[in-house]
Design a binder for this molecule. Sequence first.
Ligand code: PEP
Length: 249
Amino acid sequence: MRRSLVIGNWKMHGTRTSNRELITQIQTGLNEGQNCDVAVCVPFTAIPDASATVANSTLRLGAQNVANAEQGAYTGEVSVGMLSEYDCQYALVGHSERRQIYRETDELVAERYEYAIKGGITPVLCIGETDEEREQGKTFAVIDEQLSAVINHCGIDSLSKAVIAYEPVWAIGTGKTATPDQAQEVHAYIRNQIAAQNADIAEKLIILYGGSVKPENAAELFGRDDIDGGLIGGASLQADSFLAIINAA
Ligand code: PEP
């Protein structure tokens, strides 16, 4: 039985003051007996404050990216060791905004994934097709390509230490959510592809859905067999809507 997971992705939002308020509101609003794990991936500069706030609580902390090296001349990057000092447990890798705006390739994403795992942080590998790719019937081919880049680089066993987020690019920040059937179809495909190589890892793997999840659609999405929770962008920026989504998990 997989335990649900809900992760907020704050992207590049907030101020020091507003981010402190938001994390405190989320932490205060979590039920003691909540039956899902919850994390927030905050901007790098918010990590120290957030780390102090979530200490001794069930709320977990994550980063929005991680370097593909341990240390050295990598201007602008933040290493897994640096994140671990602040008790980050997760790092997003391969978010579509990184792939599209910053041209991160499958190879670079696989290296970031590798360094997260080596450093003891759970990579949340984001994969998903664009609108055009879906229309051209390439959804599964894109999933195969993005997934196999990581499996070829780090091996199938690495997925026992990772989380996957299926995020159709056309659904991110657009208000256009995948239907539960569309999402379940791709989640099942991902699990089956992995099961073909290792059934036990596939069975235990947490696969999140991301893309315009809101309190109104969360329960139906999370109710599907292979959808183990969500990666939440916009709706994680308000404590009320994020908490409502957590309650739906
Ligand atoms: C995301 O950025 O990972 C995301 C899912 O965003 P949104 O929920 O705003 O679509």
